[in-house]
Design a protein around this ligand. Sequence first.
Ligand SMILES: [Cu+2]
Length: 169
Amino acid sequence: MFSKYLGAFVTATLIFLPSLTFSVQAQSQEHGSNLQLNNAKIRQFLPSAKSTAAYFSLANHSDKQRVLKSALISKMGRVEMHEHVHQNGMMRMQQVNEIAIAAHSSIEFKPGGYHLMAFEPAEELKKDEQLSLTLLFANGEQVTASLQVVSLQDEMQQKGHDHSQHNHH
Ligand SMILES: [Cu+2]
């Protein structure tokens, strides 16, 4: 009885596995994307904070420059792209409308540099929850990846207690 059940399961897996692999390959070819979005993380909102920051790395493996225009995050009402600038010895942040990524280069959204600011969460973010991040480019291309919810504490520990970049987010 059990082995019969198992047999049916194995057969089903054998039938489905190749088609799954195929569909994943077909999708990436269809989109023809040379963009690679990795390591996407969003911080939990601090108590009473109206916004939080999200980070990722993006590689452009194509022969052409890509211009990042905007970002979408599931459960977030609004997402802005920001950068930090030095002004009169102070670090300030400001919104940016586009960021060019040269051919065969990559860009890092990280604390103290480019970052996403997310506003208007539909609900509270739980640690280790997976949201979805979509980046939209000037040529109409999009790339989506999962975005992991992290606590500020986790992030500090990962950085080995490096407090040199302690900004407001
Ligand atoms: Cu900001």
